[in-house]
Design a protein around this ligand. Sequence first.
Ligand SMILES: [Zn+2]
Length: 207
Amino acid sequence: MKFLSKIFGSTEDKQADGRTAFHPSKSCPECGTKLAAWDEDGAWHCPNLDCPARVRERIEHWCSPEAMNIAGADKAVVAQLVGRGLVRDVAELYSLRLAEVAGLKGRGKAFAGRLLEAVTASKTREAWRVLHGLGIPQLDAEAAMQLGRHFAAVDDILAAGPERLVKQAGVSDAVARNIAYWYADNVNRRLVRRLQKAGVNFKTAPG
Ligand SMILES: [Zn+2]
């Protein structure tokens, strides 16, 4: 059957890392959008920002140890939270209820209590983690820390404009442009305001 599969291709070749490889002519299995972009490493990307796969990616990144470090919010839990419509963006993590989390498959009240505690604890994380957690392209932890040393708050960084970011904090033009581009989007501005309202720390520690 090797010959046939070569002609027709396989839409779902499982790769060693568990990701699924897709052919260029195929659509996203989650939202049906035509897939266009690939990484250098061959991973596919759905161009639809509202695609559940991308929503999960943004929340996974926010919760990861490199960003807000929310223990218990692993891939499987995030998949359930998004799949059930309980969390549509990172700000909604902060309005999760105990009963909602306890109702997740294979989890219970004890897990739910721990997860919500971890979510609450993340409100007092260092501001560079918040900035990095937003998932702005090329804004890695190092660049986020560097920016934090030169500005008093995450919202100051977001609103500064690319020239000031480069001049004042010495970040690359690409990072500065990506920050400005990200913050020019109303959806992202609203997200920032909602995170502030939820009590997430935006103030950088001086020095
Ligand atoms: Zn998609």
